[in-house]
Design a protein around this ligand. Sequence first.
Ligand SMILES: NC(=O)NC(NC(N)=O)C(=O)[O-]
Ligand SMILES: [Zn+2]
Ligand SMILES: [Zn+2]
Length: 502
Amino acid sequence: MAPLLDTLIVPITSLGGAQDIAPPAPLTVLCSTRVILPGVETPASIVISPTTGKITNIIRSIPDPSAFPPGTIYHDYSPKVIMPGLVDAHVHLNEPGRTEWEGFETGTRAAAFGGVTTIVDMPLNAIPPTTTVENLNLKVKAAEGQCWVDVGFYGGVIPGNEEDLVPLVKAGVRGFKCFLIESGVEEFPAVSANDLAKAMEKLKGSPTVLMFHAEMLPPLSMSVGDSVLHGDPPLAPAGPLDAYSTFLASRPPAFETYAIEEILSLANIAPSLQLHIVHLSAKEGIPIVRAAQEAGVKLSAETCFHYLTLAAEDIENGDTRHKCCPPIREGSNRDDLWGALREGLIETVVSDHSPCTAGLKMLKEDGGDGDFFQAWGGISTVGLGLSVLWTDGRKRGVSLEEISLWTSYKTAKQVGLLGRKGCLEVGWDADILVFDPEAKFTVTSSDMHFKNKVSPYENKTLTGKVCETWLRGHQIYSVDGGFDEKTGASGVMLLEPRARPN
Ligand SMILES: NC(=O)NC(NC(N)=O)C(=O)[O-]
Ligand SMILES: [Zn+2]
Ligand SMILES: [Zn+2]
């Protein structure tokens, strides 16, 4: 039993008399025949320190409870799967300012329900946006005491805020997002090539990631896929406003490819700065990303649960729950995204949870007219992602190890949290979920803990359910016991500046 020795050594906490020595808090040991460790699924027992909430030992077997000190909290979850908590690196929690769309309490509760133990909050849709340190401080203040999971923050790049960027890095933002097309909210304008050049100059020596909403209007005379824009105003609808096909045609793949080309044309300004395409939707972007990576450009890409699991041809007219930008494309496009993901070219999968009040979705059942052009663009998903991805992924032969890599390890890497988050390793936070890969459930409002229960996944039957979520060694949610309301929201703000190298 040599591997157990480390675990059984009780630290000397006091040099005083025996009566001064508080009894050590009990260890927690979580075991299963199926544990997702780096690069392998294996029987294992995860030993957790009650004081630090960190993993102190990983034993590649399942010892009897009697092998541990008396009082040890011991759970054997076999045959359910123990996995690292998800790190959802793209979530919009619109507090303060648009808290009726989403807030820290509801958004992070929804995350905890779905085994997401870290979220990284996007810089836009709250008012003010996270474009200065002062604004970041307002966000952090709004978040404090409300978070069920750990929360990191992105900063935003907008025209004219280049002097704010390095101070934001120093204040602990995990990266930056900017838009090359209108963002949907007036306080977060798109940047020009000139603005971007300034931002890249400022950020080129910093340990951070510059992320792009890569949609851009090509010049009017330019060929867009098979068609040519004959002077029509860009984005103008050509067909019924409640038809998904009209919306899809208004944001063609060329918007994405043109934007990625534009980004690459500036990459030489900051060759050591990590660049990242958020929510890649168009398969046409894949060869461009591949060529750039092969040429040595530091470019990574993410896609979202919805681009991998939903398809344009299945979206009914007026069903604006599916509206997001860039749009969900055809099933064949979806297949290519899966291919790029499995090849490792797209590295991460995130929710892009970007909710709004139900009314802003303009659904006919809410008295709206189902107009895709007026409806808010954004999909509500946080906390449903693992089940959504597993439901489709398993049919494609995808393993939970791969899913864990895309949704935990690689996302943690993207935002500079490796060493603490993203996988089950000794010395890292014990952020853990227990997953029943065979359980089936139909999504109802009781599975959606985000504020506005409007999601394309409602009424869909999913395979695989999160049974428990543990944050830094403490159980925050279980399917049987619900949320730990007694302890309450115990998430912390992840504001330690990123370390070098990137
Ligand atoms: N203002 C937004 O939240 N936009 C978001 N909207 C989407 N994806 O439809 C995004 O991430 O671009
Ligand atoms: Zn975006
Ligand atoms: Zn987003």
